[in-house]
Ligand binder design. Sequence first.
Ligand SMILES: [Zn+2]
Length: 80
Amino acid sequence: MKKFVDEKANLLCPKCKKDIEVSYKDILTHKEAICKKCGSGHKFSSSDRSSLRSAVSNYERAQDNFGNAMQKLIKGADVL
Ligand SMILES: [Zn+2]
């Protein structure tokens, strides 16, 4: 299954107005996004990154819970 942190987000470069494609993982590990077109860097604030990090882990936990509940439901289904 594709991990949520590999999902891509598009940021708008304030300098050249082109899209900068970053994955959530890039944001969490790199602290900044570099525009491929004009080379300008965009730094993310550490408090914004930490709220994103906790949102990502909540999301992944919810996804795991969902997967487990589905597995249980499938295994527990009665054969008619
Ligand atoms: Zn740019």
